[in-house]
Design a protein around this ligand. Structure first.
Ligand code: LHQ
Length: 263
């Protein structure tokens, strides 16, 4: 259900249920988390790309899955769909957000519901121009999950977040870029190449500094200005003792390419 394609220091993970628009089932979600875990543990892998097979990135939770589809039999006991979040989506979202290496989403088509929010949880989101993002939850009587309530207001502010979440309309990739929901939109034919080039660039960069950059930005969201300045100084102090700072500075002064190692 997940196709793993190593490309040098970049590991591409392709959601591979194209006949169902890569809708999430428990096995697919488990395999994706395991693939992220394996990429995090592999010392040769320095960046990850997540994309979808076929015409979609992911249609979100598979609504036909008996684990979550409400029974139409009035006598049947109602299902607790929170279990699916607790056991599959939350561990996946946490794994994604704490990856020791950068993760780029290559959004190749529609990303709906949890599919959209999984993509938005990646460090960089690049979409093909025919891609779209849909907070489909309100259409079926639910709220944004898989990090949506946390991510959306931080990415686009409360006004746009509520517009997207309440109306559940399809947002085209160009508009998603314009409002700051995603980093970049590129012509469809250039998506794979552009994302691979970005991931390769990130893979050659100082991995530990990239990791701490994400952590510092996320921390700063919940800090006042002065504590944020102090947190920067604390992290900078640690990085200043690390190999990559020595190497980066030496390479700059020697006018050569650096070879970073820290993780
Ligand atoms: C699908 C799906 C799908 C099954 C398309 N499931 N079959 C977490 C925990 C617990 C519970 C619930 O939810 C969550 C988180 C969530 O993600 S909730 C949100 C779930 N996702 C949605 O509500 C999106 C539903 N899909 C759509 O709105 C459309 O299919 C989109 C906009 C994604 C694509 O539209 P089209 O390009 O027009 O394609 P289509 O609608 O014709 O779909 C193609 C096929 O894929 C079709 O099957 P068929 O047998 O007729 O070819 C759809 O039924 C199937 N499909 N999404 N989520």
């Amino acid at each position: 259900l997940i196709q793993i394609e190593p490309q040098g220091a970049v590991r591409l993970l392709r959601l591979n249920r194209p006949e169902a628009l890569n809708a999430f089932t428990a096995p697919l979600l488990s395999q994706l988390r395991q693939a992220l875990e394996a990429a995090a543990e592999d010392r040769e892998t320095r960046a990850v790309v997540i994309t979808g097979a076929g015409r979609a990135f992911s249609a979100g939770q598979d609504l036909a899955d008996p684990h979550v589809a409400p029974s139409r039999d009035p006598g049947a006991a109602p299902k607790d769909i929170g279990h699916m979040l607790e056991h599959y989506y939350i561990p996946l979202a946490l794994r994604l957000r704490s990856m020791p290496i950068p993760v780029v989403a290559a959004v190749n088509g529609v990303a709906a519901g949890a599919g959209a929010n999984l993509a938005l949880g990646c460090d960089l989101v690049v979409a093909g121009e025919s891609a779209s993002f849909i907070q489909a939850f309100s259409r079926i009587g639910l709220i944004p999950d898989c990090g949506g309530t946390w991510l959306l207001p931080r990415l686009v502010g409360r006004a746009k977040a509520l517009e997207l979440a309440l109306l559940g309309d399809k947002l085209k990739a160009a508009e998603a870029e314009r409002i700051g929901l995603i980093a970049r939109v590129v012509p469809d034919a250039e998506l794979a190449g552009t994302v691979l080039a970005i991931a390769q660039r990130l893979a050659a960069m100082p991995t530990r500094a990239l990791y701490e950059t994400r952590a510092a930005l996320d921390d700063a969201m919940k800090l006042d200005y002065e504590p944020a300045l102090k947190r920067e100084a604390q992290l900078q102090s640690q990085l200043g003792f690390a190999y990559d700072y020595l190497e980066g500075t030496a390479a700059f002064l020697d006018k050569r390419s650096p070879e970073f190692k820290d993780r």
